[in-house]
Design a protein around this ligand. Structure first.
Ligand code: GLN
Length: 536
């Protein structure tokens, strides 16, 4: 479609401050290009030394997003998938740790033939390789690469240098979008452009002239401010794009369309811009978000509730499912350590649905188990995800099967009834990074189940991230008492879904449905769950 037919590489860097929404701007631009019929993918390069975020505490880095191929990745990949309705993979998230690991592995194999291995050219070459490989394996029209962190950070330097080299090598096939902050000083009643000027100056020191500036701001940027930024930063004034604060990330593609970000990109890369973007479905989704016909209160019980980023994909899945049901979802995040048998009724007062979040370790576990019990006994729609499903199993064992001290061997070294136990394949694993049961696995659903009525098929595939499983030695006891395994892995018989039939909506899943919900394709489990909560 392009004049040259080459893949175009677009880099998104950030300046002034972190958390300006580089991931959302990248996903929004990709959405606009995709809506014009272009094939697009996005990757994130993270300058930290961890090989991947799998070993990172959610307090440090938010949720760990798992791809189909089992990569543990940055949560921005979740935004890419949710906006674009595409799947990403390990190649879409690369860290400095991984870059160095690959270079060092090559050095040990003698691949550098006696050369001194250095940041330039060896690390920068490896970075360039990780970027170009995306465009080479499948011929995309656009590869967008978001660089984590903020320019000026010591650890970002090799990435900016790699961009400088690529820009030099590729000319018009390469574009740099720099995202900055234009703060409003209420005392002076003025928007300030100086931080943006300084940020661009740092880029210039490294030899990179940004082509487009996206300026995050709480107030409108008038033309004179845009002109001033353009003049001081050597940028066309049509390429100074305003990015106003908004109440929903899903409005950003439409805001970027109004600001003509896609048109500027297409012009600068010499691409055809005659096709009008087809955003009807996206607009319909926004309309449903803004015009709900009902409201439900949902409780999400977890241990990381202080930071919503820890449960990003679940929260977004609920937004998708709410829109699909024309319903506004009010989320109450409940810290599970706070919950006791005594205060649970009060905590869940006015709540129409309970979700128990995934997690690791025993902190707050008894609170989660109390919440499951309350939802089960009071027939409140219930969804347990991964650890949440395991809590449901433990609760049922203790309170229905009367198995005193039933527990998971993750929480207790030698429980009397290990109803959740470590998977056989995990017993010998000692390394922590990337060693869980990860990524997409098939699941067979039994025909007479709620899960079947929701998925409308008996062969599904969902993504996993866990080491422990339902202990099948107890299965007949559970089924005899009303909790059924309605989804099983066809090869290993691992229990993937449990249900209670004598309950309006009670499902526990060992997998993570939240990783597969997108705007275009809201996840059926969440859609059905919200529907049940509206009925309640
Ligand atoms: N900690 C549990 C396990 O490893 C659950 C993991 C999760 O919720 N993702 O099995």
């Amino acid at each position: 479609m392009g004049v040259t037919g080459n893949t175009k590489y677009i880099f998104v860097t950030g300046g002034v401050a972190s958390s300006l929404g580089k991931g959302i701007i990248s996903a929004s631009l990709a959405k606009l290009l995709q809506a014009r019929g272009y094939s697009v993918t996005i990757q994130k390069l993270d300058p930290y030394i961890n090989i991947d975020p799998g070993t990172l505490n959610p307090y440090e880095h938010g949720e760990c997003y798992v791809t189909e191929d089992g990569a543990e990745t940055d949560l921005d990949l979740g935004h890419y998938e949710r906006f674009l309705n595409i799947t990403t993979s390990q190649s879409n998230n690369v860290t400095t740790g991984r870059i160095y690991q690959e270079v060092i592995d090559k050095e040990r194999k003698g691949k550098y033939l006696g050369e001194t291995v250095q940041v330039i050219p060896h690390i920068t070459d490896q970075i360039k390789h990780s970027i170009k490989i995306l465009g080479e394996t499948k011929k995309y029209d656009f590869v967008l690469t978001e660089i984590g962190g903020t320019v000026g950070d010591i650890e970002s330097l090799p990435y900016i240098e790699a961009i400088r080299q690529l820009k030099y090598e590729m000319g018009k096939d390469c574009l740099v979008i720099h995202l900055t902050l234009v703060p409003y000083l209420s005392a002076a009643k003025e928007l300030k452009t100086k931080p943006t000027q300084h940020s661009v100056k740092i880029m210039l020191e490294y030899g990179v002239q940004p082509d487009i500036l996206v300026c995050r701001t709480e107030k409108p940027l008038n033309q004179s401010i845009k002109d001033k930024i353009a003049l001081f930063c050597n940028i066309d004034n049509s390429s100074v794009i305003e990015s106003r604060d908004t109440d929903s990330i899903y409005k950003v593609p439409l805001m970027m369309r109004d600001e003509k970000l896609d048109i500027v990109v297409l012009k600068k890369t010499n691409m055809d811009l005659s096709k009008v973007p087809d955003l009807d479905k996206w607009k319909d989704f926004i309309y449903r978000l803004e015009n709900p016909k009902s409201t439900v209160n949902i409780a999400l019980v977890g241990k990381y509730v202080e930071l919503v980023d820890s449960y990003k994909s679940i929260i977004e899945s609920l937004i998708h499912a709410g829109a699909a049901n024309n319903c506004k979802v009010n989320l109450k995040l409940i810290q599970s350590e706070r919950i006791t048998c005594e205060n649970i009724a009060e905590e869940l007062n006015n709540i129409s649905g309970v979700i128990i979040a995934p997690g690791f370790g025993d902190r707050g576990i008894e609170g989660k188990i109390s919440a499951v019990r309350y939802a089960r006994e009071n027939k409140i729609p219930f969804l347990g995800i991964c650890l949440g499903m395991q809590c449901a199993v433990i609760e049922f064992a203790r309170n229905v099967l009367k198995l005193q001290n039933a527990h998971s061997t993750e929480m207790h070294t030698n429980p009397e009834h290990p109803v959740i136990d470590i998977m056989e394949a995990q017993k010998k694993v000692t390394m922590k990074g990337g060693t869980m049961r990860l990524g997409a696995y098939p699941c067979s659903i039994k025909k007479d189940s709620k899960a079947y009525s929701i998925y409308k098929q008996n062969k599904i595939s969902e993504r996993h991230r866990h080491r422990f499983e339902f202990n099948n030695e107890y299965l007949s006891d559970f089924e005899a008492n009303g909790m059924y395994a309605t989804g099983l892995n066809p090869e290993s018989n691992l229990v993937e879904i449990v249900e209670i039939k004598d309950h309006p909506w009670y499902i526990g899943v060992q997998f993570h449905p939240e990783y597969k919900s997108t705007v275009a394709s809201p996840h059926p489990l969440f859609v059905s769950f919200i529907k049940a909560t509206i009925k309640k």
